[in-house]
Each structure stands twice: as structure tokens, then as C-alpha cells.
Design a protein around this ligand. Sequence first.
Ligand code: EPU
Length: 335
Amino acid sequence: MKILENFPLKDITTMHLDVRCKYFAEYSTVEGLRELLDTQQYRQNRSLHIGGGSNLVFTRDFDGMLLHSRIHYISQIGTNADTVTLEVGAGVTWDDFVKYCIEHEFYGAENLSGIPGEVGASAVQNIGSYGAEVCNIINRVNCIDISTGQVCHFSNDECQYAYRDSIFKHQPAQRYIVTSVEYVLSLKPQFTLTYGPLKSLADKPGLSMRDVRETIISVRNSKLPDPSQTGSVGSFFKNPAIPSQQFAELAATYTTIPHYPAANGLVKVPAGWLIENAGLKGHCIGGAYVYPKQCLVIANNGNATPSDVVALYKHITQVVNDKFGIELHPEANII
Ligand code: EPU
């Protein structure tokens, strides 16, 4: 077990900001995690468990301990005529898992192709894209409860999944650390092609998951920055859901505003559209800028400081609120 001190976070977070943490430690087994939870460095400091660092914005140095899982395995733990159940270590790269499913002809993860991050975070964040959400394929989430050190399990229902939300985001001091996630995939071809650019695939003879993946990766590449080239956390904001009366007033002025039905009779509008139509496309503060091809992304030109990102995020929130009377909330976890 190695605990690194004054560890730089630039290369382990996709926003690539120049910040450090007091301690950084990785583990590759549940036992290794338990040992870390027993160290002085862990007990005497605040802590945060990170995944692929693709949804985290550190606004200053982190004066505590960061933990990161290297639990890497994919096991088939059950199967029947229609489905297979896989248990996957929390440290597996999400997109490696998607590729594994496609190679083995397991259906259900392909619409989530290309999402950065790791399996553990997929279950916390309820990642979603192109008409799918990971909660549709999660069977059970296995955790360590740090208040007792014991293993515990959450069924899909117990996870209380909603849009980019789960019970794990509402626990004080990150009570549960995800160690593995169980997914149920279909053995029979089953596609979700409701999202605009996927609709045209419905008529393709012999449609395969690879076709779906390729379409999604090409849409992603055309809209989102390449994480290896440009720092960002993907969507910085959640798409807000507003009352239908407020939407009707907005739509009377902005007749082309995209919208989708949301829970409780609310109407969801894309944050990217609001930011673009508030005149903020490409707007920059220092090295942080609104990504012109998808305005809900804040990108780093290589020189952004944490305060540039915070100033831009606050500016966007203010301008969108002034123009549309809608408050944006970050999707990214701002520390
Ligand atoms: N739009 C604009 N201007 C923009 C961005 C979007 O007018 O700058 C419009 C688009 O033309 C479209 C609508 O807004 O009519 C929706 O855009 P898009 O299909 O790109 O999806 P989104 O709602 O902006 C969400 C997710 C993405 C996910 C895509 C595709 C959130 C916060 N974001 O974006 O997730 O890839 O749908 O399913 O829900 C991520 O979480 O990091 C992420 C990228």
C-alpha cells in the first residue's frame, strides 16, 4: 500500500487543472481498500473517492486524501435464455466495459459508448446518453460502507435512480464506496434508436451494435472535445426541467427551443441551447471557454486556472438566468 503526498491532479482529472491533493492512494482489492480506510492519513483527513476524474472540477488544492479504485475484473455471474449478468470491478474503464459487451454480443450498453470515466462512477452518476441511462441495465451495486467497514449491496430500486442522480450522491461524507457493479445485458438483439441521429439506423438491414457505437462515436467526436486533446468534464451543467407554464411563455418568444417531457409534468430544455442563445458561444475567461460546438461544455485551452473555470461557470449561470429566468445547476462535481 503506497500513499503518495502532494500529488498532482492535472493528469488524473480530465479538466487538467494545475491542482494537488495532500494524499493520493490506489487499491486493487476490497481488502486493500479496507487497509487504506484504517490508515492515519485517511482517518485524520477529509477524503474523496474519485473515478476517472472526468466529472470533477477542483477549484483549489484538496487538503485531504483522494482514493482511487484499481479493482479490475469482468465476471459472468449468471445467465438464462434471455440475459447475462456481469459483475464488473469499479475501476474498469467504462468504455472498455462497453467494448467488452459489444464483442460478446451482450445488448444494452452500446448507447453509452464513448462516455469517459469508470464503472464505479457510472453507478453513482447514473450516466446517460443517446436515449439510454445506465440505471436501465444495473442489477445491483456492491459497496463498502465506510461507517462500518462492511460490504453492503443496493438493488436497482434501492439506488433511487433519477436523471444523473442516485442515493450515493446524497450520503454525507461519501458513506458508500462502490467496489463493483452488476449489470444485466440482453442476449437477444434489442436496440434503443429514439435519439435523433440514431433513428435512421432503424431501417438498416442486419443492424449491429457496432453500427450503433460507430454512429455515437462520430456524433460525440463532432460535438464534444477529445479528452486527450482538450480539457473538459463533458457536460458542465444539467439540462434544467422547468414548469410547463414557464416553458409555454418561453416558447412563445423562442419558437425553435428544443424540449423534452420530464418527470412530474416538467419540461426539460437543453442547457447547451440556453447558453448558446444567451450569446455565450465561445465566450472565454482566461483559459476557460464555452466549447463552440456544444455550449454546455466548459473547455480548458491549456492555461485555464481553477478561478477562470469558476468565474466562467458563475458568469454563464448569471447570464442565462437574466435572459431566460432559468437557473442552471452543474452536472460536474465542483470541489
Ligand atoms: N443545442 C444547441 N446548442 C448547443 C448545444 C445543444 O442549440 O450548444 C441543442 C441541440 O441542437 C439539440 C439540443 O440542444 O437540439 C440537445 O443537444 P444534444 O443532443 O447535444 O444533447 P444535450 O442535451 O446537450 C445530453 C447530455 C450529454 C449526452 C447528449 C446525448 C446532459 C447534461 N448532457 O446533452 O451528456 O452526450 O445528451 O445524449 O444531459 C455528459 O454527460 O458529459 C454528456 C456529454
